[in-house]
Design a binder for this molecule. Structure first.
Ligand code: IVH
Length: 675
């Protein structure tokens, strides 16, 4: 059947895409899409080429690997380094066995070597008289690159073979890989030095092997598992792969301890299942198992196709990375107020589950990924690990890119969003935010706060879920009869709880301040604030500059306090608490002797040249004065420094006493000396 134009166009486009991804992957070690995406493109191309019997000459469907990178000596593989056909389930494996039996014209049970398919770089090591003389990449299977200088830095690869019966010429093939720990450490270093992080262990290993500088290669902890013998002196190999592996190990070459020889294809299926279950626990990444006919004479008999042996199969595990589109970002408020960007994704099957949303952690991560809404992103999910976006597909089109912008208001309660450290966002509406309701009530009732006996975590959950209370102030209007609807709540316990709530009305200012749950205001800070300001009113009107004068209060904590106290919903809540009878004894911040300026409201204006505004303020407050920001009829006195302006004029207008800085200094010194 002649192919319609639309098919020919699709085939052209698929070939162009695959050629580009081949170069990115094999030659530049910088793949743009996950393997599973690449496999899907290739499968579609092969299907179309087959269905319409298209000419495949020069098509990427016929290629094994990639061209060698300029800058390395080229190595010709006398025995080509082949690739593997893939299977995905038990049925495929049974069909594989059936094909083997058919070709062998025999129904005997076949022995198999089952091996992990380590996700690394295929290499060839050549030993002459037991000495490592050359190491090469697979390249396109026929011609690879000489990477001896880098391979010699890999500790587990012997430079000289040991043991008996080492063939005069021995070419060993295997997979060089970077373990999970090594990869994580390398990326940790990269992050610390703000250099580019690596996408995955395999590309890091490939990039390392193709370094021109072996010293840099040596700094990456590469490892290797050997899995076959290529060239070798005639008559030196045993009869089975199992024995070949034994010999390799005896000569000091690294082999995979997870390898097993099994009999029959069902045992291979069981091996694959066992290996899949162990996948996450292994120290290196695997993307499947390799099932090989164990007997070398049988392998010989079965022979090879154009690019794959007939006696082996790769059993592929579900992909751990797939690409999909980022549809949007939602900001979620956690129970402690942390605001997290959550990615909404076009559903994608990855790591064995369908993923449709995942956390983006914080805005730093968003910036690091450079991700925007509408981008094609790579999602990774390994085992039970939470799926995450690992990169943006750089070449994908995004017709309407939308930047991800951090919210300024909490999406749940509308309170201001504040920064918590460098990267985290937090809702400032601790007591009024529905997302933080339960936590704030639990804290409010806890022992070192208002100490409401019997109001534990479970009861708070129940009260909130039954909508009996929405915030801490509503605790004080609860009635025993309302509590009876709760599970396991009898009349006696209900009455006890109401009595405990009633007792809790009588508290202290430090406990009350601690109970509010202001960020980073622990008991000691609450105590400090209470003794410094004495009243809730004064604390509520304190500025950041005034707050930092309290022992142990730095600029960040001061910001938290000011932002809390400046939130209208918080103020209304504190008012409600007081209206419900929450009270505390007056704090003696010194009495008449130590607070000679108590009751006076002072305004500072102009430049106080020798004192400075902050110091003047602190010393006046310490003496009991209230330092106000503007002049009113309640102002007791105005101290005017140099260049005083409108406040001075206002004082004169209202007939309020005005003094200069020298008078202020004299007053402070006299009163402080008398304390
Ligand atoms: S045997 C003729 N054994 O998988 C068979 N390959 O798609 C050639 N691989 O290029 C390979 N672990 O990079 C074989 N135990 C293993 C393997 C393995 C990983 C890789 C290797 C190869 C690719 C084949």
């Amino acid at each position: 059947m002649a192919a319609p134009v639309s098919v020919l166009q699709e085939v052209d486009s698929l070939r162009a895409q695959l050629n580009r991804h081949n170069t990115l992957y094999h030659t530049l070690d910088a793949p743009a899409i996950p393997d599973a995406d690449y496999d899907a493109l290739l499968a579609r191309l092969v299907a179309l080429e087959t269905q319409y019997a298209l000419d495949t000459n020069g098509s990427p469907s016929q290629r094994v690997g990639a061209k060698a990178l300029a800058g390395f000596a080229q190595v010709v593989h006398e025995l080509p380094m082949l690739s593997l056909d893939k299977v995905f389930d038990r049925e495929d494996l049974l069909a594989f066995e059936a094909r083997l039996k058919k070709r062998l014209e025999s129904d005997v049970t076949i022995g198999f070597s089952c091996e992990p398919k380590v996700d690394g770089v295929a290499v060839s090591l050549l030993y002459e008289a037991g000495l490592l003389v050359r190491a090469a990449t697979r390249g396109d299977g026929v011609m690879g690159e000489d990477i001896t200088h880098n391979v010699k830095t890999i500790r587990c690869i012997p430079l000289r073979l040991m043991g008996d019966n080492v063939p005069a010429t021995l070419e060993v093939r295997g997979e060089i890989y970077l373990g999970k720990r090594g990869f994580a450490e390398l990326n940790e270093q990269a992050r610390r030095s703000q250099s580019k992080v690596f996408v995955n262990p395999r590309n890091t290993a490939a990039g390392t092997l193709r370094q021109l500088d072996p010293q840099r290669a040596a700094s990456v902890p590469l490892q290797m598992f050997c899995y076959s013998v290529g060239l070798h002196t005639e008559g030196t190999l045993p009869e089975t792969l199992g024995e070949v592996f034994e010999s390799l190990a005896n000569w000091g070459l690294p082999t995979n301890p997870q390898r097993e020889t099994v009999i029959g294809i069902e045992a291979c299926v069981a091996y694959c299942q066992r290996l899949l279950a162990k996948r996450d626990a292994l120290e290196y990444e695997i993307d499947g198992a390799v099932i090989k006919v164990d007997s070398l004479p049988l392998q010989e008999k079965l022979g090879t196709n154009a690019r794959t042996p007939r006696w082996a199969m790769a059993y592929k595990f579900p992909p751990e990375e797939r690409s999909t589109r980022l549809l949007g970002v939602e900001f979620q408020v956690g129970r402690t107020g942390t605001i997290t960007p959550v990615a909404r994704l076009e559903p994608v099957f990855v790591g064995g589950v369908t993923v449709s949303n995942t956390t983006l952690h914080n805005m730093d991560e968003v910036a690091r990924l450079g991700v925007r809404i509408g981008d094609q992103v790579v999602v990774r999910r390994a085992g039970d690990v939470i799926p995450k976006i690992v990169s943006v597909v750089s070449e994908a089109e995004n017709s309407a890119p939308q930047e991800i912008v951090a919210p300024r208001k909490c999406p749940v309660c509308g309170s201001a969003v504040e920064k918590d450290g460098e990267v985290l966002l937090r809702c400032s509406g601790v007591l009024v935010c529905a997302a933080q309701r339960k936590e704030s009530i639990k804290h409010f009732a806890s022992r070192n706060a208002l100490d409401i006996e019997g109001l534990g975590e479970r009861l708070v959950d129940q009260l909130v879920e039954a909508k009996l209370i929405n915030d801490v102030s509503e605790l004080f209007s609860l009635e025993a009869s309302q509590l009876l609807s709760l599970e396991r709540m009898g009349v006696k316990s209900a009455e006890n709880l109401i009595a405990a709530i009633d007792r809790a009305r009588e508290t202290t200012l430090p406990k009350f301040l601690f109970a509010l749950g202001i960020r980073e205001v622990g008991e000691a800070t609450a105590q400090g604030l209470a003794s410094h300001f004495g009243t809730l009113d004064l604390l509520q009107s304190a500025t950041v500059d005034e707050l930092v004068l309290v022992p142990d209060v730095g600029p960040i904590v001061a910001e938290h306090i000011a932002s809390f106290m400046g939130n209208a919903a918080n103020i209304a809540l504190m008012d409600r608490l007081v209206a419900h009878g929450v009270r505390w004894p007056t704090i003696e911040t010194g009495g008449a002797v130590n607070k000679p300026l108590a009751g006076q409201s002072v305004v500072l204006t102009g430049t106080l040249e020798s004192l400075g505004r902050n110091e003047a303020k602190a010393r006046l407050i310490a003496l009991g004065a209230k330092v106000a920001g503007s002049v009113s009829k309640n102002t007791s006195l105005v101290y005017a420094g140099a260049n005083a302006g409108s406040k001075l004029a206002k004082a004169e207008e209202l007939g309020i006493d005005v003094a200069d800085e020298a008078a202020l200094i004299a007053l402070l010194e006299e009163l402080e000396a008398a304390r």
